[in-house]
Design a protein around this ligand. Structure first.
Ligand SMILES: Cc1cc2nc3c(=O)[nH]c(=O)nc-3n(C[C@H](O)[C@H](O)[C@H](O)COP(=O)(O)O)c2cc1C
Length: 198
């Protein structure tokens, strides 16, 4: 069946599965693009942790530049590019923070060292030297000792609700296949599909 007649989440799932078999690491890595009040776009990689029809979820520090930008302007974009497949997927829409219950549940599944790292890192703030970070890791390691490491209030997830997908497949001589999915105007449960020139 061609892309045109498929559900975008099902296409996404099948491409991600294919990438998982081929990519040497992090098939779930995606670029997250955000724009704050200053109107200047900013992009960086994050890892997709979950997806469902409600959206695409990733986790980060809530005091980081990306999170501050999303607080100012919730509209964001995700980009997957899998070199081994010669394919890309663009996903755009508004983000919202996941619930504390959901963030707690995911944080609890992370390795202890990553949990301590989340506490220790004031993400994107100036670091005087590596020793400063090591000191903070040691401090939180001692603080939580042998007990569970709770999720820091400044660390959580965001879910991007897809309002637009674009699936791009490399073709010969740059005649690539591109299909854009947007919610159907007549039925919000359905998607309108438009093929576009490469
Ligand atoms: C493959 C890859 C995956 C990453 N995953 C995450 C992630 O899931 N969450 C995160 O906060 N940063 C992640 N990072 C680091 C971010 O790219 C970035 O350096 C950091 O979040 C700070 O971004 P900001 O200053 O724009 O907020 C990842 C980097 C790479 C290269």
């Amino acid at each position: 069946m061609g892309l045109k007649n498929r559900d975008p989440f099902e296409i996404f799932n099948s491409w991600l599965e294919k990438a998982s078999r081929r990519e040497i690491n992090n098939p779930n890595a995606m670029t997250l693009a955000t724009v704050g009040n200053d109107g200047r776009p900013s992009a960086r990689m994050v890892l997709l942790k979950d997806f469902c029809p409600d959206g695409f979820t990733f986790y980060t520090n809530l005091e980081s530049p990306k999170s501050l930008q999303m607080a100012e302007n919730p509209n964001a974009a995700l980009l997957f590019h899998w070199k081994t497949l010669n394919r890309q997927i663009r996903i755009e829409g508004p983000v919202e923070q996941v619930s504390d219950v959901e963030a707690d549940a995911y944080f609890a599944t992370r390795p202890r060292a990553s949990q301590l790292g989340a506490w220790a890192s004031s993400q994107s703030q100036p670091l005087e030297g590596w020793a400063e970070l090591e000191k903070r890791v040691a401090m939180y390691t001692a603080k939580f000792h042998l007990g569970p490491v709770p999720r820091p209030a400044f660390w959580s997830g965001f879910r991007l609700r897809a309002e637009r997908f674009e699936f791009w497949k490399e073709g010969n001589f740059r005649l690539h296949k591109r299909f854009i999915f947007t919610p159907s105007e007549s039925d919000a449960q359905k998607w309108h599909v438009q093929q576009v020139f490469p």
